[in-house]
Design a protein around this ligand. Structure first.
Ligand SMILES: [Mg+2]
Length: 303
């Protein structure tokens, strides 16, 4: 039996019958049952040597992350992930522990959020391991939350803590699926995205898409704990990236209520108001009484 046949048989053995998936892995294409609200679709590829190294991450870690970065993108739209398709490239001679570990991590993350793996493909890679995951999901009955709806005067808020993700969170983060849904149900989210590049870069994506600017209060940014080094904690929070927390805009009265109610406290996730949406374009960082323009890289010279 060829390698590909073994993989298909193995994936089929790992994916139990699912009423949402009348035809799963093994046929030429999968068939899924869909509600009629539309389909969210996202894809993300991780490359060995570019996005990960097996010196610092196990195959299980890489598989889990490859699934979770996609789930985080569905969360960023306030959607629910349903199905995943996998594509894996392996250098010739890779031990079977690599694809098995990748799949274990992919499946662990998918199972955690009731996502069915409905298809996969493996191929030979000439250089390094490649893991690409496509996730399909459904929008919330209230609709999707885009990046582009932030209004002047809205509060800017984030979930959790930012920075120092390289200490481990970048491999073990929780996609904020439940959190995003709950926020969407309890308040008016005018714009939202997940923080993958770091607040100091991503805030430009949200404000840029919305045609607005922002002022960020440096002292209000929730910063994760990390060791002392040559960069300030604020620098880490702005530019480390891979936080996979949510950045969202909401009217100020909704923000007030969120700060008092802390509706995610029971799942251990804090909510912080870090600034406000402004008519003036660009992003400024306020530190006490002083304000400096933030560069899109997240780099700030003065603090
Ligand atoms: Mg994203």
């Amino acid at each position: 039996m060829s390698g590909e046949f073994r993989q298909i048989a193995w994936i089929r053995g790992q994916t139990p019958a699912d009423p949402r998936v009348p035809i799963g892995p093994g046929d030429d294409a999968a068939l899924v049952e869909l509600q009629s609200r539309g389909l969210l679709a996202t894809v993300d590829m991780l490359l060995e040597g570019v996005h990960f190294s097996f010196d610092e991450a196990t195959p299980v870690d890489v598989g889990r992350k490859a699934m979770n970065v996609n789930l985080s993108d569905i969360a960023a739209m306030a959607g629910t992930p349903l199905f995943a398709l996998l594509a894996v490239g392996l250098p010739p001679g890779s031990p079977t522990s690599v694809p098995e570990g990748l799949f274990e991590g992919l499946k662990e993350a998918a199972d955690r959020f009731n996502v069915a793996i409905i298809g996969g493909d493996t191929n030979s890679s000439r250089s390094g391991v490649v893991v690409s995951v496509t996730v399909l999901g459904e929008p919330h009955p209230k609709g999707v939350v885009k990046r582009s709806g932030a209004k002047v005067g809205d509060a800017l808020m984030v979930t959790g803590k930012l920075g120092y993700s390289r200490l481990g969170k970048h491999l073990s983060f929780t996609p904020r699926i439940a959190e995003a849904r709950r926020l969407h149900e309890c308040c008016r989210l005018t714009a939202m995205m997940d923080l993958s590049d770091g607040l100091g870069g991503d805030v430009f994506h949200l404000t840029g898409e919305s045609g607005v600017g922002a002022v960020i209060h440096a002292d209000a940014i929730p910063i994760a704990d990390g060791p002392h080094d040559d960069r300030s904690p604020l620098q880490h929070a702005l530019s480390d990236g891979e936080d996979f927390e949510l950045l969202f805009a909401t009217p100020p009265e909704d923000a007030e209520r969120l700060l008092i109610d802390q509706p995610l406290a029971d799942i251990g996730v804090s909510l912080s108001r870090i600034g406000a949406v402004t008519r003036e374009l660009g992003v400024r960082l306020r530190h006490g009484d002083a304000e400096t323009p933030l560069e899109p890289s997240g780099f700030v010279h003065h603090w």
